[in-house]
Design a protein around this ligand. Structure first.
Ligand SMILES: NC(=O)c1ccc[n+]([C@@H]2O[C@H](COP(=O)([O-])OP(=O)(O)OC[C@H]3O[C@@H](n4cnc5c(N)ncnc54)[C@H](O)[C@@H]3O)[C@@H](O)[C@H]2O)c1
Length: 251
């Protein structure tokens, strides 16, 4: 694989862990100048060290004003913003009865709000430059459905709708907007979600069995799809939801 992002500036939210970290390292390997955002100071430092060099922002993606300030700092340092990958997120579990209003707000604020606020912060620069690529992070559960994670699944559905809407709103500006749709991917988020269940081992086994490929995915496998969607190789692709789900949605 050549170096696809040599002249590009990429921002990754949720870069301290899991899929965001794998994407950040993928961009770094392929020559991008990086700005990494996460609320986890230590994890962010580790990703930045592995990436070689990166601007880092210890920020809450859901806090109004933060994305704008961070994006302005990226522009001051690098002079351009070509790519945004929005991965920051977490889940709490719970039906509508067992999710607190506070958890509902927090999940919606981080996933939907964080994606919206960051898109809003980078689109003006992409417009001025004549184009850009935004990749959002949905979930197979937003398409197939799922139980016991009402706020998270609602948020992922909203991200899919927002992705398509942004793709249409900015197509004339040369900005492509696509979603990646991971299946169950081996990350700390997934581990925490299994640990919440009464029998974590059984929860994992049943998740593995839902994938036609019969295993959990790896963050690097999702990163490959994100890098593709962010690259010029995907120049005719906008408004899609690309599953990387081991066959979950086909089964
Ligand atoms: N792991 C899976 O099975 C799976 C499946 C489908 C979708 N996803 C999605 O992929 C994305 C990445 O998840 P992951 O599995 O790599 O999880 P992860 O927990 O490994 O990484 C998520 C990162 O987001 C950061 N984060 C959370 N809230 C934040 C906030 N308010 N501001 C800034 N940073 C914040 C965390 O600190 C963490 O570093 C999430 O959007 C998740 O919903 C994951």
């Amino acid at each position: 694989m050549g170096v696809r992002f040599q002249d590009k500036v990429a921002i990754v939210t949720g870069a301290a862990s899991g899929i965001g970290r794998a994407v950040a390292l993928g961009f770094a390997r392929e020559g991008a100048r990086l700005a990494l955002v996460d609320r986890d100071v230590e994890g962010l430092r580790e990703t930045a060290m592995e990436a070689g060099t990166a601007l880092t922002f210890v920020s809450d993606v859901g806090a109004p004003g933060t994305a704008e300030a961070d994006a302005a700092a990226v522009l001051t340092t690098y002079g351009q913003i070509d790519i945004l990958y929005a991965a920051a997120g977490f889940s709490t579990g719970g039906t509508v009865l067992t999710t607190t209003p506070e958890d509902w707000d927090a999940v919606m604020r981080v996933h939907v709000g964080g994606t919206w606020l960051w898109a809003r912060a980078v689109i003006p620069a992409m417009r001025r430059q004549g184009g850009g690529a935004i990749v959002t992070t949905a979930s197979q559960l937003a398409i197939a459905g799922g139980a016991g994670n009402s706020a998270y699944i609602a948020a992922k559905g909203a991200i899919l709708s927002l992705t398509r809407c942004m793709a249409m709103d900015f197509v004339a500006d040369g900005i492509r907007v696509n979603a990646v749709v991971p299946g169950a991917i081996e990350t700390p988020l997934l581990r925490r979600s299994f640990a919440r269940r009464s029998d974590p081992g059984a929860a994992e086994a049943s998740s593995v069995a839902r994938h036609a490929i019969r295993r959990l995915g790896r963050a690097e496998e999702v990163a490959e799809a994100v890098l593709y969607l962010a690259s010029d190789a995907a120049s005719f692709t906008t408004g899609i939801a690309l599953p990387v789900d081991g066959g979950w949605l086909a089964a």
